[in-house]
Design a protein around this ligand. Structure first.
Ligand code: ADP
Ligand code: MG
Length: 204
């Protein structure tokens, strides 16, 4: 079962990998956007970590709804409300249980991804974070490692696509040939699940 500490570790592992990969996220966004995705994500997850230390929410749902709220209020750009909605919807779907199963997390995350699609109107193939998140949620039933692989493959698979949503869509065909920054950061978020579960410590 996954408790509030697991969800805190998930957010901490995401914050750490966003810090590590910020320059790469910004470089990807400079190719097809406005070169702020790394700093947007860093600012958001720094605020999430500060809030989690101050408030120490006691349930999985409360950890994620707080994180989502902070992302909405601190991240500029399209990605803030989208990631905020993802975590808030996922948190709401988890309710106020003290512990949740991996299966409950998979169902809740699917509700979160549905919320992102409802807000941003993107569907798979539009070259957005959805292209990493949907395959990740589909694979989550097979475990965190499978979800990570699916998210990373989904992010890489955005490269040949033409963007149909967000700032990159203004480029039309010139968006082809570049990996989507938001799909790349979504793969970091999903990979952090395994880190929170101790996968990295076990060398997985
Ligand atoms: P901005 O585009 O406002 O500068 P960011 O650079 O932080 O915001 O985030 C860009 C990322 O947001 C894109 O790479 C894409 O994955 C994601 N994105 C943009 N618009 C949408 C949308 N409508 N639906 C889903 N994801 C989107
Ligand atoms: Mg940007």
């Amino acid at each position: 079962m996954l408790d509030a500490d697991f969800f805190r570790r998930w957010m901490a592992a995401t914050a750490a990998s966003v810090d590590r990969e910020a320059d790469r996220l910004t470089a990807l966004d400079s190719a097809i956007g406005d070169a702020d995705h790394g700093s947007n994500m860093q600012r958001g997850f720094t605020a999430v970590m500060a809030a989690l230390e101050k408030e120490t929410p006691g349930t999985p749902g409360a950890v994620l709804t707080l994180a989502g709220r902070l992302l909405i209020s601190t991240v500029g750009g399209a990605s803030g409300p989208l990631y905020g909605t993802l975590l808030r919807r996922t948190g709401k779907a988890l309710g106020d249980a003290a512990e949740v199963s991996e299966e409950q997390l998979a169902d809740a995350l699917r509700a979160g991804v549905d919320g992102v699609m409802a807000l941003g109107k993107a569907t798979p193939g539009d070259k957005t974070m959805i292209d990493a998140l949907v395959p990740a949620v589909d694979a989550l039933g097979d475990g965190f490692a499978a979800a990570r692989s699916a998210a990373e493959e989904g992010a890489v698979a955005t490269t040949p696509l033409q963007a149909r949503k967000g700032r990159a869509s203004y480029l039309g065909e010139r968006s082809i040939g570049h990996q989507d920054p938001g799909a790349t950061s979504s793969a970091l978020l999903i990979a952090a699940l395994g880190a929170a579960a101790g996968g990295e410590a076990r060398g997985e």
